[in-house]
Design a protein around this ligand. Structure first.
Ligand code: MEV
Length: 312
């Protein structure tokens, strides 16, 4: 049996504007993972794949799945990339500890875990660049105009400074910092959020371009602050970014409640992370305050919370 996994992710600064060519910062969540296990079956047609994903109550043969089912897509893409067709019949089991549709990259992590397990099982492990490119093909199916930031941070599993179309740039984190994540419990539908921003941009291009430029300003501020270990300024950059995300139209009352709660409980800055409209917020906190801030978020209705060290 060959087992592989891939991490979840957070967007530190710059989501949505990154789709329009502005830079963004993202970091991996190494403790939240999707795992895929590939093993040869004793019986079955050559090239057949039996897929089990208990988290989404899926158990089916590959050929029974709709061609655009994300697991079916990544299995076929991996086979194509490796020019493998008639492999021995295979069982593929996929599981994940990443909350689904919550802005934490669960779908991307599943794609990367599967392509890692399959390519290793067939003796041709793929380099991160190819992993990222294959996962990007699946992202395109989910939402027509992905920037590529999610597949990049998950495939490389390092913090990245990302500009659409540019070579991937890992960025150094001067000193680790602590974030508390809080989930609204509401689905964050990336394709819906990205589509809504697209419509708004089409209706008011000048206003939205200016908003995206201001987001880029917060990314520049935050990047420098991270390099210098200046947490007050990073918090300020996150707060400014959140105000802009509100204006862009991707925040929600539930996100605002958790963000406000984290701030009142002492967070240095807080914002939504990912596509928004639901899903997770992230708060920059003093390490000693993390447990209290998690508790405050839970009291305010968070469905799930977690403390992470970025750059540890
Ligand atoms: C989603 O994690 C980030 C978005 O900017 C979409 C994208 O960049 O493809 C909302």
């Amino acid at each position: 049996m060959t087992i592989a996994s891939a991490c979840g992710k957070i967007i530190l600064l710059g989501e949505h504007a990154v789709v329009y060519g502005r830079p963004a910062l993202a970091a991996p969540l190494p403790d939240l993972r999707a795992t895929a296990a590939a093993s040869d079956l004793a019986e079955g047609e050559p090239g057949s794949v039996c897929i089990e994903a208990p988290d989404i109550e899926l158990a089916a043969w590959l050929h029974e799945l709709s061609p655009d089912q994300p697991l079916a897509v990544i299995v076929r893409l991996t086979r194509q990339a490796l020019a493998i067709e008639k492999h021995p019949p295979l069982a593929l089991r996929v599981q994940s500890s990443i909350p689904v549709a919550s802005g934490l990259g669960s779908g991307t992590a599943v794609s990367v875990a599967v392509l890692r397990a399959l390519s290793a099982h067939w003796g041709h492990p793929l380099a991160p660049e190819r992993q990222s490119a294959l996962a990007f093909e699946v992202e395109k199916l989910h939402h027509g105009t992905p920037s590529g930031i999610d597949n990049t941070v998950v495939a490389y599993e390092q913090p990245v400074y990302f500009v659409r179309g540019d070579a991937t740039q890992p960025f150094p984190i001067g000193a680790p910092f602590t974030l508390v994540l809080g989930d609204t419990g509401l689905r964050s539908n990336t394709s819906m959020a990205v589509g809504m921003v697209l419509q708004a941009w089409q209706a008011e291009k000048e206003r939205f371009e200016a908003l995206f430029d201001r987001v880029a300003g917060t990314v520049a501020l935050g990047r420098k602050a991270i390099e210098q270990g200046d947490w007050a300024t990073l918090g300020e950059a996150m707060d400014k970014n959140q105000q802009l995300l509100q204006e862009i139209g991707v925040s929600s009352d539930e996100l605002e409640t958790l963000i406000e709660t984290a701030k009142q409980a002492g967070a240095l800055g807080a914002k939504l992370s990912g596509a928004g409209m639901g899903g997770n917020m992230i708060a920059l906190v003093e390490t000693e305050a993390a447990a209290d801030i998690e508790q405050a978020l839970q009291n305010a209705g968070a469905a799930w919370t977690m403390t992470v060290e970025v750059g540890a």
